[in-house]
Design a protein around this ligand. Structure first.
Ligand code: ADA
Length: 575
């Protein structure tokens, strides 16, 4: 996995990025045609990581495609093939034999091959980004672009005898002080004999603890370090202090980076290290007009700088697990991050599907396992705008909420509701989040009095929450208006102009701050982004883009960007 820091000293990973061959398989003939061997004729070459939609003529391709890469190794070694993200259903074949499959477009998966023989190998991946109306994540009806392909890095790691597979750092607090830090690692012994070794923990390159451990043959075991006297400086938005944790033994090491902060609620307040915070956030798709989901490091860094400059302190990673690079930047730049699974506008019938349940719970587990150590993440979100007013929603979201709390009790649970006062799932969450679009999807009110209308909505929602005994923080997780870059006017009431968006957002933010009803907001959205091509979505989306960005898809600022920046910079993060 590409990170912003060195994640191992001893490992020499073998990158499988670069040129691959690709065969599109619209008729789904690959299995009967023996494509898993990689011996068919191909349509093209393709660079990995990338989205195939950027190949000429493939901009709208949805369905299966077969990727193939040949590579050579020179010694017999225990091998692990790691895929950071592949769209939809991936099935991986090595030298014609199936290694396994994985469903879920935005998380990491891997396959282990003990004692891989030296020589030339053929790696084939069948990638299928087909979506339907029932049990895919996301569904066919979605307001962003479901790109296809192998769009995050692929690599091969090789091990002699053991591999240190994961580090999870948990903190036990005594009031606002770190009482104990536990560094839990998972170690795999690949060999047929027990492995005994001294395992060492280094914090910021200082050897801190060590212990002798024996891992039984062919098994996986936890090695746990407990730090009773470690008193770290805390991480916060102003001073995002990070520490490096290296666990090493004779034949492997793994480095993680983390920080220490306490996030909790107290009545309606959200407290970071005991201080009440106000969230000034933007929603961001990890997308780019030339690269799609394969948006790279420099472009991600630039987005982060633009958002910092805007005066925001938080980012919602709408609507799927983000690239680990985004999270690394958030950690080191002091952003608060909301992460969610691609559960978007699923109707009640779909929420009852056992296949969807399995997929959603897997996505949640993989996201939390992968991103557990990022101090920037404060919210795990169950879903966006799915039917949380239905019994089907309540049943499934209850399971997801308890899955989250079982895996990680140190963060806040939420979801973005579009059901408003009909929602029956607010008991499941720590923070109530509500998407609302006054002045855009409802046109009851002239733009001039929109601040009054926005305030009325907020007050009435808060009052309703009080009646429901939901004494919890309340956040507006989406609001906004579309504007086409360059379309300006003297007539501010004209939709789609930069002026309308500017006025709507400034009035909304004023109401959000002055009404004192919310603990924060996330503007929809940071930048314009490509949306689905089907008529149902694109008919209301000029250029087939969701145009509600503060900047357009090339990150050129609209008028609203400057006005919002002036406002956000003046809103303090800490009360
Ligand atoms: C929804 C949804 C977003 C986007 C937005 C809009 O609330 O969560 O993904 O589609 O509406 O622009 O309408």
């Amino acid at each position: 996995m590409d990170r912003l820091f060195q994640d191992s000293v001893q490992r020499k990973p073998f990158s499988l990025n670069g040129q691959w061959l690709i065969k599109y398989d619209r008729q789904n003939q690959g299995h009967s045609g023996g494509y898993q061997t990689g011996r068919m004729s191909f349509d093209d070459e393709i660079y990995v990581p990338s989205c195939w939609n950027f190949q000429i003529g493939r901009y709208d391709y949805t369905g299966p495609a077969w990727y193939c890469k040949k590579f050579s190794t020179d010694q017999t070694k225990n091998s692990r093939f790691i895929f950071d993200s592949v769209s939809g259903q991936a099935t991986v074949y090595l030298d014609g034999a199936e290694l396994g499959g994985h469903y879920g477009s935005y998380t990491r998966f891997q396959f282990d091959v003990p004692s891989l023989k030296p020589g030339e190998h053929t790696l084939v991946v069948r990638v299928d980004n087909t979506v339907n109306d029932v049990d895919t994540m996301p569904l066919k009806f979605v307001d962003w672009y479901v790109y296809g392909g192998i769009y995050r890095p692929v690599k091969l790691e090789q091990f002699d005898d053991v591999s240190i597979d994961r580090i999870h750092i948990t903190t036990e607090w005594r009031k606002l002080n770190v009482n104990k830090v536990t560094v839990k690692t998972v170690v795999k012994n690949w060999t047929h004999s027990p492995y005994s070794d001294e395992f060492e923990l280094y914090i910021d390159s200082q050897k801190t603890l060590q212990q002798k451990v024996t891992i039984p043959a062919l098994s996986t075991q936890e090695v746990v370090f407990e730090l009773e006297d470690f008193k770290p400086q805390l991480w916060d938005t102003e001073s995002p202090k990070l520490y490096s944790f290296q666990v090493k033994c004779r034949s492997d090491d793994l480095i993680e980076r983390s920080g220490f902060r306490k996030i909790e609620t107290s009545g309606r307040k959200i407290l970071l290290n005991g201080r009440e915070i106000f969230i000034k956030g933007v929603n961001r798709h990890n997308d780019n007009p030339e690269l799609g989901y394969a948006i790279n490091g420099p472009l991600i860094q630039r987005d982060m700088q633009i958002i910092k400059d805007l005066g925001a302190n938080a980012i919602r990673g709408s609507h799927y697990p983000n690239d680990p690079l985004v999270l690394d930047y958030c950690d080191q730049m002091g952003f608060l991050f909301w992460e969610e699974i691609p559960f978007w506008n699923h109707p009640a019938e779909s929420l009852a599907s056992p296949v969807l349940e399995t997929r959603a719970r897997l996505a949640m587990r993989e996201m939390i396992e992968r991103d557990f150590n990022h101090p920037s993440i404060i919210f795990w979100s169950i879903q966006n705008e799915s039917k949380s007013s239905s019994q089907e929603g309540l049943a499934l979201f209850s399971k997801l909420a308890s899955d989250i709390r079982m895996m990680d009790s140190s963060r806040l649970v939420t979801f973005a509701s579009a059901c408003g006062k009909n929602d029956i799932c607010f008991n499941l969450v720590d923070v109530i989040c509500w998407n609302t679009y006054p002045g855009w999807y409802d046109d009851d009110e002239p733009l001039d009095s929109l601040d009054t209308r926005f305030t009325q909505i907020l007050l009435s929602n808060r009052q309703w929450l009080d009646e429901q005994k939901q004494d919890k923080p309340y956040i507006i997780s989406e609001f906004g208006a579309s504007a086409l870059l360059g379309v300006t006017t003297f007539d501010e009431g004209r939709r789609w102009t930069e002026n309308y968006q500017q006025k709507l957002l400034t009035k909304a933010i004023k109401a959000l701050v002055e009404s004192k009803t919310v603990q924060g907001f996330f503007i929809w959205q940071f930048c314009d982004g490509r949306t689905a091509l089907n008529r149902k979505v694109s008919i209301g989306r000029p250029r087939t883009f969701n145009n509600k960005g503060l900047v357009d898809e090339h990150r050129n600022p609209k008028l609203a960007y400057y006005s919002v920046r002036d406002m956000l910079r003046d809103i303090p993060t800490y009360a």
